[in-house]
Design a protein around this ligand. Sequence first.
Ligand code: FAD
Length: 457
Amino acid sequence: MLDTHIQNELIKIAGRARYFDRQEELTCYAYDAFVKEALPDAVILPETTLEVSGILKTASRFKIPVTGRGAGTSVCGAPVPIRKGIVLCFSKMDRIIEINTRDRYITVQPGVINADVQKALAPFGFFYPPDPGSMNTSTIGGNIAQDAGGPRCLKYGVTHDYVLGLEVCLASGKIIRFGSKNIKDVTGYKLASLFCGSEGTLGIITEAILKVRPLPETVKTLMVTFDDLDNTANAVTDIIGSGIIPAAMELMDKLTLNAIEDGANLGLDRKAKGSLLIEIDGVKEACEKEMKQIIEKVKQNGAVGVQEAGSELEREKLWAARRSAYAVFAKLAPDIISEDVTVPVSKVPLMIRKIIAITDKYGLKAGVLAHAGDGNMHPMIPTDRENKEEWEKVENAFSEIFRAAAELGGTLSGEHGIGLAKSDYLPLVMNNDTIEFMKKIKQAVDPDLILNPGKFV
Ligand SMILES: Cc1cc2nc3c(=O)[nH]c(=O)nc-3n(C[C@H](O)[C@H](O)[C@H](O)COP(=O)(O)OP(=O)(O)OC[C@H]3O[C@@H](n4cnc5c(N)ncnc54)[C@H](O)[C@@H]3O)c2cc1C
């Protein structure tokens, strides 16, 4: 608990109704979708940038840790307040400030939910491409801080490709603004990119200007099944290697497909060893041509079932089912660990074989789900962290999976971030001087190390 005089100062800034410090209230902000938990001393729901700035001024004077929080859907422990202090939750800063499709941007507060941005843009014929599986819950602030991706990032790029400008409160409470409403802007360092993926360790995002795109004229969605997982992965590298970039290409293995079918009852082929959910979009004629080429490629790789979504409803059902993968897996055991190692796309078949060999070696049940077209793989292991013996196997398996990805020229995370889950593994993909360079940036911006301490820097 914070000292009374500090509490009083914070309550003066945000008001009693938006300051929480009872055990049962703090518990709601102690966790994310990873397995580690820690109670903060206080939770504040700010409503304005000035309130955020005031809270940070107080926190920096008393050297109190401050951790930003969107919806708490992180799967790497990033918003878990491991060093206690204040959690700033942005559920009350959830306004869309401006939509300007003529100049192709939208300005939002950090607590706006990703799907609400999509809903607001759709009537204008526009969309915001980053579409994490958590889009119905996760916030733009959290998406920026984690540099979130999603299925259609294969064609359109990830969050950092869409952040034009930010307003940020620094640890000192100073408010800075960088970037602009211009698609082209090379005025100084590209600070917006620095904040993407910074996991709340450099500053608190209080406003964002995001680039938007016109909705495509045509969208076609294909569900393809295979009786061999290797063939499924080879089809991915073949399609991408031939120069076709679908909007999305999601790979699911048998366990994942069956877990989804248990929940969605779509009539998916339960016997299939692998499947691909492929989407292409653009002008009608180009889509039709690409669709033919894709069907040819999957057939050459032994596809046993090829089914195109016949209506928007069918398409939505397929995507809802795909997005349910994490939730249906979570029902299989008390805990679920979903990782996101990423390898060059040509290495996808090999990496999948390695994931299976490693999890088999430890006798673990694992599902493979992947944004396969960009090499981003989510091995998912349902487990029980209270079962010490099994938990040790899970940790060892993931450690080997990280090493295998690094050996293939891959990386630790394609979109989920580092948080508490993977900071020990940074040396696998970065040398010491690079890690030191990141630490220097952190120290320059946050000399008392109050912003989300205990994370990857
Ligand atoms: C079912 C499921 C599916 C998912 N699918 C995907 C996916 O497809 N792609 C993907 O990339 N991720 C995915 N995720 C992970 C997660 O949803 C993303 O990382 C998301 O961006 C987190 O957003 P959030 O609002 O929940 O942020 P939180 O989890 O609350 O916080 C995440 C990080 O952002 C920081 N933060 C939050 N707000 C601010 C702010 N205003 N200023 C500074 N820092 C801030 C926090 O301190 C923390 O470090 C998935 C998670 C789940 C549970």
